[in-house]
Design a protein. Structure first.
Ligand SMILES: Cc1cc2nc3c(=O)[nH]c(=O)nc-3n(C[C@H](O)[C@H](O)[C@H](O)COP(=O)(O)OP(=O)(O)OC[C@H]3O[C@@H](n4cnc5c(N)ncnc54)[C@H](O)[C@@H]3O)c2cc1C
Length: 234
């Protein structure tokens, strides 16, 4: 539901959506922001790693963001948002300050974190850092995490700063090239892993095809598209 006429968006926001207040904002970089929020409404539904929320970002637009942390008892949550500067979601997130009210749909539990599979590999871009962090923090003792996040040169330090234990790889001329390179170098030790591919839809396809060519079972690949070049709000 990326866009609705304003009157319908108002009805939706009034009837189905939860409210929370922004309690903290932090710029890890001018194009990467943490937003923490709190509200009694958030105590009504639990939110597991991989769950999605959909804030209202303008009079007419809604965008998906996945919490990077959530505590249902305290009614608190956090999001890590890549400010790419090309759409209303990015503009909204950049403008948010402490005390602002968020109106959001969800949480809806979508991607399930498998806490039994011995090895987990996460591959994605800036938009997936928050989801990966929440998933990493939900893994069981004994599970092994590997993987990489592809970013622009200036954001290479961001995964580490957020506490995400994945290597950052520098985006090349083509989206996804660096992640395929990482896979080439690291597939042997991860053949039996469960792969989570989150981010750009074409990159997800590229990685999935590479894994299938390398005889990784389709059942061991979980994919969710977070954005598509030239398309608004998935
Ligand atoms: C389930 C789900 C969870 C998500 N979780 C997160 C999250 O936790 N953090 C986060 O930052 N994002 C997350 N995203 C991605 C985010 O919703 C998209 O980037 C969305 O397009 C942002 O909305 P917008 O209004 O800024 O841009 P839109 O209006 O949707 O798009 C405008 C233009 O920007 C382009 N664009 C969109 N994303 C990018 C990008 N990353 N890089 C370059 N160009 C882009 C589009 O192709 C389009 O041309 C998630 C998406 C989904 C589906």
């Amino acid at each position: 539901m990326p866009t609705l006429p304003k009157f319908l968006a108002d009805i939706t926001a009034g009837s189905f959506m939860r409210k929370a207040k922004v309690t903290e904002v932090h710029y890890y970089h001018e194009s990467f922001k943490k937003i923490a929020f709190q509200g009694e409404d958030l105590k009504k539904r639990d939110c597991k790693p991989g769950a999605q929320i959909e804030p209202r970002v303008s009079d007419t637009d809604f965008r998906h963001y996945n919490p990077s942390a959530y505590d249902v008892k305290k009614g608190t949550g956090e999001m890590l948002i890549y400010l790419h500067g090309k759409g209303p979601g990015s503009e909204w997130a950049d403008k948010l300050v402490v005390g602002d009210t968020l109106t959001l749909m969800g949480p809806a539990n979508k991607i399930t974190l498998d806490t039994k599979h011995k090895r987990i590999v996460m591959l994605g871009d800036e938009t997936a850092i928050g989801t990966f962090l929440f998933m990493q923090n939900g893994m069981s003792a004994g599970q092994v995490l590997d993987g990489a996040v592809e970013t622009t040169t200036e954001l290479l330090h961001i995964p580490m700063l957020t506490g995400l234990n994945l290597r950052a790889v520098e985006r090349g001329k083509e989206n996804g090239e660096a992640l395929v390179g990482w896979l080439r170098d690291n597939l042997d030790k991860n053949r039996d892993a469960l792969f989570y591919l989150l981010g750009n839809s074409d990159v997800n396809k590229l990685l999935r095809n590479y894994l299938k060519e390398q005889n990784v079972q389709g059942g061991n690949i979980v994919t969710t598209k977070y954005w598509t070049e030239g398309k608004t709000g998935l």
